[in-house]
Design a protein around this ligand. Structure first.
Ligand code: 5RP
Length: 218
């Protein structure tokens, strides 16, 4: 089974978490894209979606699935999205696709966060995948210097602008032993919009697709 087939399998398994007659949050990336395609088969059962990126909104709309403005919605029943890395506490690194800020907002509005990934994403210690950080453009160098001071190696994601008009620094060389603490510390650096660490609000359920099927971690 290929990695993409595992992503598709786990995305289909996530349909079980979609509650009839509710509005759901939908993430970004190749696994989330498989979820969107699966969601199309039961689209009549939900009242709508909130998307975590323009790309996902376009894909949902192409399937005829309603996409709502988050400001018109008070709560989402569930948020379904992929991850770049997950640990056994369901802390995540996200933002490989650059949508981390809207992903964190939509996750925060959701009663339940179901993360879907192929099982290569499960790690003991987060940080092998470079940590994406969304930064206000004028603060890029200042934030980069701060990150170097803390032992990271920030790399500017050239030619990429987020849906919010900002830039991304991908921070290499971090061994994240205390994800909640690091998320809080980095959040306090002026100029940082969002840290791609989802530890303060981790996933509630992690569905992992592997060659033996789908495993559920809670
Ligand atoms: C996008 C994300 C994605 O969830 C993450 O990059 C995983 O992507 P994929 O499902 O393509 O492996 O955080 O910002």
């Amino acid at each position: 089974m290929t990695q993409d087939e595992m992503k598709k399998m786990v995305a289909e398994a996530a349909l079980e978490y979609v509650e009839v007659g509710t509005i759901i949050g939908v993430g970004t990336g190749s696994t989330a894209n498989h979820f969107i395609d699966s969601l199309a088969t039961i689209k009549h059962k939900i009242d709508g979606t909130v998307a975590s990126s323009n790309a996902s909104a376009e894909r949902l709309e192409a399937h005829g699935i309603p996409v709502l403005d988050l400001n018109s919605v008070s709560e989402l029943s569930v948020y379904i999205d992929g991850a770049d890395e997950a640990n056994h506490y369901l802390h995540l690194i996200k933002g490989g696709g650059g949508a981390l800020t809207r992903e964190k907002i939509v996750a925060a509005c959701s009663r339940k966060f179901v993360c879907i990934a192929d099982d290569s994403k499960l790690v003991d210690v987060l940080g092998k995948f470079p940590l994406p950080i969304e930064v206000i453009p004028m603060a890029r160098s200042m934030v980069a210097r701060e990150l170097v001071r803390r032992g990271g190696q920030p790399v500017y994601r050239e030619g990429f602008t987020t849906d919010n008009g900002n830039v991304i620094l991908d921070v290499h060389n971090l061994e994240i032993m205390e994800p909640v603490k690091l998320e809080q510390e980095l959040n306090d650096i002026p100029g940082i919009v969002t840290v791609g660490l989802f530890a303060k609000r981790p996933a509630d359920v992690l569905l992992l697709g592997g060659k033996d099927g789908v495993r559920t971690l809670t």
